[in-house]
Design a protein around this ligand. Structure first.
Ligand code: FO1
Length: 331
């Protein structure tokens, strides 16, 4: 029960695009502030089959984080985790490079069972979010498989092999989203984007190349974002040219892109109406050529998460006012 949460009637209806750990932090802030008025579209390009189980890391990071069950230290997986399954698997010579905690394992076993019974990932996720007492709507980007594949100098590998098994060391040549050309945004995602009450869309501070691009690679999702005709604001995952967590800056360097706000604006050109950057990058603001909100973007605790969520939401909605004024003709 969150007494502080305003009734959804006055909360702005928002939709967020979210990937891994960084994105989930802002998603938590949005959910704490605006509750059921928030829809979170989550990347599933990281999903993979492992040990005969379907694993959806970004969905689980959002479910555990908003459900108050995540391990805040690690950023992924569950709090209070034990590792008996991993120990027993190791004794059997099984693959243990991808750590599955005993409680986390239940999620993968139950999700896999339901997927095999032809329950959609969208319905499975909705059911778990409800069981976790999460007010926001958590939506996998698609019920079709899109597989983020990292192409390096001499190999093509599924995302988790690059990110976890290889610890992001291989040099990235390019990133492919296999299946994206055939994939469709889920009906639930399209309905959320077409909700007449939608006031703004927020791209969370996730890795643009690994966590947001898979979502944007789905053609009818990208077009629905534009057709929503509400401002789209990105929160930069960079602070002072560095990623807060993960390989964003390293990948940008390997792709020949400077790890700067300008490169981020260029990456999302034609899609975003504004950007939120950290105070450390205040000097960038003047040259970005679109509305900029300068605010502390490092999220160390729940208060940081809710403050950045409020700042970002209010910045985005104000842009709506500007857009509707201009579209309002002579006024
Ligand atoms: N990340 C790691 O660095 N090592 C792991 O062993 C690991 C296991 C894991 C299990 C379940 C899960 O939901 C996430 C897990 N992650 C692990 C994180 C995961 O690779 C990343 O959070 C995302 O895929 C990237 O955003």
């Amino acid at each position: 029960m969150n007494a502080t949460r305003p009734p959804s009637s006055c909360a702005p209806r928002l939709l967020a695009l979210c990937g891994g750990v960084g994105g989930a932090k802002l998603a938590l802030g949005l959910e704490r502030l605006y509750g059921e008025a928030v829809s979170i579209v989550v990347n599933t390009g990281d999903d993979f089959e492992h040990l005969g189980l379907h694993v959806s890391p970004d969905i689980d990071t959002v479910l555990y984080t908003l459900g108050g069950r995540s391990d805040l230290e690690r950023g992924w997986g569950r709090a209070g985790e034990t590792w008996q399954f991993m120990k027993a698997l190791h004794e059997l010579g099984g693959e243990t490079w991808f750590q599955l905690g005993d409680r986390d394992l239940a999620m993968h076993v139950e999700r896999t069972r339901q997927l095999r019974a032809n329950v959609s990932l969208t319905d499975i996720t909705r059911d778990i979010a409800e069981k976790f007492g999460i007010a926001a709507t958590i939506l996998p980007m698609s019920d079709d498989r899109v597989e983020t594949t990292v192409i390096t100098a001499n190999a093509a590998m599924p995302f988790q092999r690059y990110f976890v098994e290889k610890q992001c060391t291989p040099v990235v040549k390019r990133i492919e989203f296999r299946g994206a050309e055939r994939a469709s945004a889920s009906d639930a995602v399209l309905a959320a984007l077409r909700n007449p009450g939608l006031e703004a869309i927020i791209i969370c501070p996730s890795n643009p190349y690994l966590s947001i691009d898979p979502i944007l690679s789905i053609r009818n999702l990208r077009s629905a974002l534009k057709e929503a005709a509400v401002p789209i604001v990105v929160v930069s995952p960079l602070i002072g040219g560095q990623a807060v967590k993960g390989p964003t800056a390293k990948i940008m360097a390997e792709l020949g892109v400077p790890a700067e706000s300008r490169a981020l604006v260029a990456h999302y050109a034609g899609l975003i109406d504004g950007i939120v950057i950290d105070e450390q990058d205040r000097a960038d603001a003047a040259g970005l050529g679109l509305p900029v909100c300068v605010a502390p973007t490092l999220m160390r605790n729940l208060e940081d998460r809710t403050r950045l969520a409020r700042t970002t939401a209010e910045f985005a909605i104000k842009l709506t006012a500007r857009a509707s004024q201009t579209s309002g003709g002579a006024s």
